[in-house]
Design a protein. Structure first.
Length: 498
């Protein structure tokens, strides 16, 4: 069994500047064991796969080699300390945390006036950035300082109490809207009846009736996100596009809020970008978003790798949704060189969406064996509980891809029955699922020529008339099914897109 490799993963995640800073810090501040730490650091950094037995063998003659686990533990702490020092003021939130840590140190030394001066600086940054949780911490520190500063306690206590009440109210409203946004994102995995009930319940919340001018920046973001997603689920592209344009404008009017809030920025735009084919008028906003995300992903940025990977995923899926296959081909090369080596930096949901859309890409360009490989990767890693819709569409795309592969012809009938039973059991046997299953089944026994053409023609017409879900994964899948069937009508032997 392999030993714990947390230290290996941490060291391998560092960029050149972070490694250089660690070695400088360790040489300046840790005199006694600095060389041991550097030796172990370099040895672990050179390992592609972590192997503790090789480390023990390499350092068997060193004093620290006799208790390498303890040295690893201390090295792990030193690396984290180095990262904290390096990133101390790279984002406004990190700067406020740094001020508050210094206040705690100064307070223990009874340097109360210096505490007060730092709290003033912290308050300015926290107020500008609307960090309500940190403003509450600052209030608490100011209250602790009152007895030591000789101020009028009663008036100041009342002022702080009133301010704390306001901050708690704003923090509560922002937290509620963040929670509602999370609920809205989960809607696509519900049945259509469940969706209607849940949306009706959610949109009845008082906070979602009318936007309040005095609400925080993030509250406004979540408000627009929820209403935009609701319009998208209702199949209202114009209303969705208007709300999305307001969302982009809000972020662009306040670029100062993006630094330190990159994930909120990306996550708020992502559901609409993923359904890019539905909003062609907003292409200029999408292109601007991708450029901006690439700028945020420069090596000097704290979350460079994650932001760069997220930007690649968004742009690739958007290109699939908007049928820009040549663009997909170029992006896929970047994905293979950068993202697949660092896929663990992404949320699991994003990893699965990426795998699914790579499968869709290979299906569209006629590389059906590769499509099956990626689709099966999703099926292995996704859960029916959390990703029922994506798994359903994996079954459908998998069937169509296997129809195109001669080696699968003998087992396809079994796959159709298996898929039918699966969908029936999961109560996910809706119109699009029924349409694809029946079409593939008929194609198995159809004579080539007019009979096959009739099946494909019916599939093309029917898939366009389905009023189904207006969610990204449905739009991309239905488009892939339509492209496949329509190109088969032109030439049964032709690949979909060259």
């Amino acid at each position: 069994m392999k030993s714990n490799n947390n230290l290996h993963r941490l060291i391998r995640s560092l960029n050149k500047a972070e490694k250089r800073h660690f070695k400088m810090m360790i040489s300046q501040h840790v005199k006694k064991d600095s060389s041991n730490y550097v030796l172990l650091f370099d040895a672990i950094d050179r390992q592609e796969e972590y192997d503790e037995s090789k480390l023990k063998q390499k350092f068997r003659k060193h004093h620290f080699g006799k208790n390498i686990s303890k040295t690893k533990y201390m090295l792990y702490r030193q690396v984290l300390k180095s990262l904290r020092l390096l990133n101390d003021a790279k984002t406004p939130k990190a700067l406020v945390h740094s001020y508050l840590n210094s206040v705690s140190t100064l307070f223990s030394k009874c340097l109360y006036e210096q505490c007060e001066a730092l709290l003033v600086k912290a308050r300015v940054v926290a107020k500008e950035q609307q960090y309500f949780d940190l403003l509450l911490d600052i209030c608490n520190w100011e209250e602790r300082l009152l007895p030591y500063l000789g101020l009028s306690p009663l008036a100041k206590y009342e002022e702080l109490s009133k301010l704390r009440s306001q901050l708690q109210s704003q923090l509560c409203a922002e937290s509620n809207l963040r929670s509602y946004w999370a609920q809205a994102l989960r809607m696509e995995n519900f049945s259509e009846e469940q969706q209607r009930l849940e949306w009706s319940r959610l949109m009845g919340r008082p906070e979602l009736q009318l936007p309040q001018s005095e609400t925080s920046f993030l509250s406004k973001v979540f408000f627009l996100c929820i209403h935009g997603l609701h319009a998208q689920h209702q199949g209202k592209p114009k209303a969705t596009a208007q709300l999305l344009e307001q969302l982009f404008s809000l972020w662009h009017q306040h670029p100062e809020y993006i630094n330190g809030r990159e994930e909120e920025y990306i996550f708020s735009c992502a559901p609409f970008v993923l359904a890019g084919a539905g909003y062609p008028d907003l292409a200029k906003h999408y292109d601007e978003l991708f450029r901006h995300l690439q700028d945020l992903g420069t090596p000097s940025h704290q979350s460079a790798k994650k932001v760069q990977c997220m930007a690649l995923v968004l742009e690739f899926i958007y290109s699939i949704a908007s049928r820009q296959i040549e663009r997909c081909k170029i992006l896929l090369m970047s994905i293979e060189t950068l993202l697949l080596q660092n896929v663990q930096v992404l949320p699991v949901e994003w990893q699965l969406r990426l795998y699914y859309h790579i499968g869709i890409y290979f299906f569209l360009v006629g590389k059906y064996a590769e499509a099956v490989e990626w689709i099966e990767k999703v099926e292995q890693e996704a859960s029916q509980e959390t990703h029922p819709v994506m798994l359903n569409y994996c079954k459908l795309i998998g069937l169509m891809a296997k129809y195109e592969i001669e080696s699968y012809s003998n087992v396809l009938e079994y796959d159709i029955r298996k898929t039918y039973r699966y969908l029936k059991k999961q109560e996910q046997f809706r119109e699009v699922e029924r349409l694809v299953l029946n079409s593939v089944k008929k194609l198995l026994y159809a004579n080539h020529g007019k009979e096959t053409e009739g099946i494909f023609a019916n599939l093309c017409e029917s898939i366009q008339n389905i009023e189904g879900r207006k969610v990204p994964v449905y739009l991309v899948t239905s488009n892939a099914i339509y492209q496949w069937a329509s190109h088969k009508l032109i030439d049964p032997n032709q690949r979909i897109l060259n």
